[in-house]
Design a binder for this molecule. Structure first.
Ligand code: NAD
Ligand code: IPM
Ligand code: MN
Length: 349
């Protein structure tokens, strides 16, 4: 019996996690679920976004299924109390450093992508985003300097061990795909990126069978819409990976389609699974959210943390068939509710 920590969070988080839960229940797997508050919901209930009991559950669980956190009502709180501190805290406390974000065009969604159909159809990439370091976790602060001028700062930093371990993850994944790895940085300007590039080059010595290229992030953002089919595995840092993955999601039709897995150094098989999107306050509570990203995240969980390959494939197949059959939430140009989209997927399970 595997224990799943269910952390629905805020906004559309609970709405999409509920659909993922229905799909998992329908498969009648050997799973138990324990739910805990996280994000703004936890702040309101317990005064902190990542309460000790929630963190303890995450550590005890075999895998974590996470919704989303955040709401404008919390934006004025000090940073450690904001909902976003919960997901950042989970990633750090559990050593969840390898954030995998696959983007593939689901056949039938060509019309939802803003790209030309032939360009969209070629997309089959995975973004390997480092998620324990970078400008996210360096020293930060704000101060009022001379003459009352306000300043804010965030230190961008990586050390070689952090770069090497995520590079090994990316090369390992590339080996099981088309053996093409593109590392994305800003080494023409940033020292952090120069170290990144040097270390990735060093690690590549262990993977002669993988073709390594480097690209500057500004060019990468352009190439992502010009010819995204050129990418197989993308390796990049925390911030560039955050931005490029939202861009990749739209290329395959919607941010509501992209799942993620974040794997851990803390315990090998532990992983956190979540859609790449946020709490979407603009559509929360209206039944408009696309649950596919959350449902596909559950499939990634079965595959990576629970070794339930067949169940994972059944979920992915059901999502593909529902889409092929025309099931569409509003973000995909349709009118199905979150729950009706869940029904359409369940019907193909
Ligand atoms: P967002 O991803 O929540 O929403 C961006 C846009 O995409 C919105 O128009 C939203 O309606 C739409 N969208 C997102 N998910 C969708 C889905 N499943 N179906 C249909 N449409 C969807 O990003 P944002 O608006 O910049 O941020 C909102 C809040 O979420 C902020 O507080 C932010 O910090 C937080 N956030 C949290 C996470 C996380 O928990 N991992 C990720 C991103 C943003
Ligand atoms: C994501 C989100 C988070 C990030 C925020 C909410 C901290 O945007 O998971 O993509 O930047 O990592
Ligand atoms: Mn993001």
């Amino acid at each position: 019996m595997s224990l799943i920590a269910l952390l629905p969070g805020d906004g559309i988080g609970p709405e999409v996690v509920a659909e993922a839960r229905r799909v998992l229940d329908a498969l009648a797997l050997d799973l138990t679920f324990e739910e805990a508050p996280v994000g703004g919901a936890a702040y309101l209930a317990q005064g902190q976004p990542l309460p000790p009991d929630t963190l303890a559950l995450a550590k005890r669980a075999d895998a974590i299924l996470f919704g989303a956190v955040g709401d404008p009502q919390f934006d004025a709180l000090e940073r450690r109390l904001r909902p976003e501190a919960a997901i950042l805290g989970l990633r750090r406390e559990l050593g969840l450093y390898a954030n995998l974000r696959p983007a593939t065009l689901t056949p039938g969604l060509e019309d939802a992508s803003p790209l030309k159909p032939d360009i969209a159809r070629a997309i089959d990439m995975i973004i390997v985003r480092e998620s324990n370091g970078d400008i996210y976790f360096g020293e930060k602060g704000h101060r009022t300097g001379l003459g009352g001028v306000r300043e804010g700062f965030d230190l961008m930093k990586y050390d070689e061990t952090e770069v090497a371990r995520i590079a090994h993850v990316a090369f390992g994944i590339a080996r099981r795909r088309k053996r093409k790895l593109c590392s994305i940085d800003k080494a023409n300007v940033l020292e952090t990126s120069q170290l990144w590039r040097d270390v990735v080059n060093e690690v590549s010595g262990d993977y002669d069978d993988v073709e390594l290229t480097h690209m500057y992030v500004d060019n990468a953002a352009m190439q992502m819409v010009r010819n995204p089919g050129q990418f197989d595995v993308i390796l990049t840092g925390n911030m560039f990976g955050d931005i490029l993955s939202d861009e990749a999601s739209m290329c395959v039709g919607s941010i509501g389609m992209l799942p993620s897995a974040t794997l851990s150094s803390w315990r090998d098989t532990l992983g956190l699974y979540e859609p790449i999107h946020g709490s979407a306050p603009d559509i929360a509570g209206q039944g408009k959210a696309n649950p596919c990203a959350a449902i596909l995240s559950a499939a990634m969980m079965l595959r990576h943390s629970l070794n339930m390959m067949e169940a994972a494939m059944r979920i992915e197949g059901a999502v593909a068939q529902a889409i092929a059959g025309g099931a569409r939430t509003p973000d995909l140009g349709g009118s199905l509710s979150t729950n009706a989209m869940g029904d359409a997927i369940l019907a193909h399970l």
